[in-house]
Design a protein around this ligand. Sequence first.
Ligand code: ME8
Length: 522
Amino acid sequence: MADQNSNPFYITTAISYPNGRPHIGHAYEAISADVIARFQRLMGRKVRFQTGTDEHGLKMARKAEEQGRTARDLADEMSSYFREMCDELNISYDRFIRTVEDDHHRASQAIWSRMEAADDLYLDRYEGWYSVRDEAYYDESELTEGEGGAKLSPQGTPVEWTVEESWFFRLSKYQDRLLELLRSPAFLEPASRRNEMIAFVEQGLRDLSVSRTSFDWGVKVPGSDNHVMYVWVDALTNYLTGLGFPDDTSDMREFWPADLHIIGKDIVRFHTIYWPAFLMSADLPLPKKVFGHGFLLNRGQKESKSLGNVTDPSQLAEQFGVDALRYFLMREVAFGQDGSYSPEAIVTRTNAELANSFGNLAQRTLSMIAKNLEGKLELFETDAVDDALQMAVTDACRHVLPSEFEKLAFSVGIEAWLRAVYACNQYVDDQAPWALKKTDPERMRVVLQTLFMALRDLAIAIQPVVPEKSAGLLDQLGIPDGERDYAALSDADWYSRLVKSGSTVGKPTPIFPRLELAEEVE
Ligand code: ME8
């Protein structure tokens, strides 16, 4: 459906359960999706980026009951913390969706009616296991035994025996088409998640219970007022709601099917089996790719209220800075795998790579230009050693980083960028402009201006990861707003235009101060 000329790119995160406050896993997912959204914008694509909260279901209803309040009241309060977290972390979403919104109820009822019209829904009785924590039905064969013989889901959560009248979706009918989809490598990444899903489908799909009658916190089933939709039916539909479905809107035409759903590894089944089956039934195009990222662990351990190690991401951002946190997460964790973080690791890495390497390079280059060239830039003739540095920087910024980010291999792309930063620092040490000042001032000018050009490329390339800090540096360099996208990296004339414009470099302000570990952090 998407019009190729406008080059649209639609990316979504999962929508979070607001049954508590956001944790670091939520922040990690939002940041990684934001890095992709910003990257694609810099690549010249028209990006639509959606995130939000998943507010219906038994988990929310029970949590509200526990707290003696209405589910709506709980959702209103908690959802606002998720939105605040996104704003604090500089997440450039176009819409923060809440599933309690009217347009979402309408969209969910519309997809339901299309599945019904396709003869894919029938009324029966559900008898089986349900995990409220996962909001998932499990087959007996999938369960394991916990302490005292308690039955546990494959995710280790408690399950309860459930018997009620329910609408069923003919999932079994889509078995062959789903297998074909899952076997096409582009649909689900990383590849490690694919085999598990293929095995699940190969083992035979049973029809899925898609409505509940024992509580009413959800979207009403059209024509069956005593049923609410199974929360995953409405939750997954959020990706369509945001584009105006079921209306034939320009957003639907432009952005559906979605280019990329970013989700965590625990909800791959819902996104690569249930969701495509619902869409096939409703006769809608399927998302192009689902990426299941890994989990973030606190010093190698899962965070949980009982261990008392739950981290508030806003507090981390406040303590270390938003961009330092973003950089750390994208650089430290190989996207797709699990990763671990600790305050020490954040401080060590960002001090070494951002403060001491990139920040220091910017600081010393710009202060030498301000001091020794009176901030004035001019055209210059390079030597082979200057050309070699320029080539290394250009290769990292124009080729390696973008091609790795396109593959969602952020840590690899950042590593290439960092090698270019190291090359610049090595060049400063080798060329020793402070010594050239006395022996060969003309050569000093060449060295400083070569570094200026490199800094500009490095700052442009790293924008998706550290948007605020790179913007600050590009401001200090005098790079005009309209010349900061990736196409500008291939513009051979930018420097001569800047020189002609008479732009000058003032005394720099440090962009990445060294971080200290606060006393209260162990
Ligand atoms: O699953 N590290 O919501 P949710 C990394 N409402 N990612 C993590 C994580 C961790 N420690 N813990 C959770 C839901 N996540 C549903 C989604 S989408 C139509 C409905 C990820 O609040 C998790 O994998 O439990 C998911 O992608 C997202 O955070 C929201 O999790």
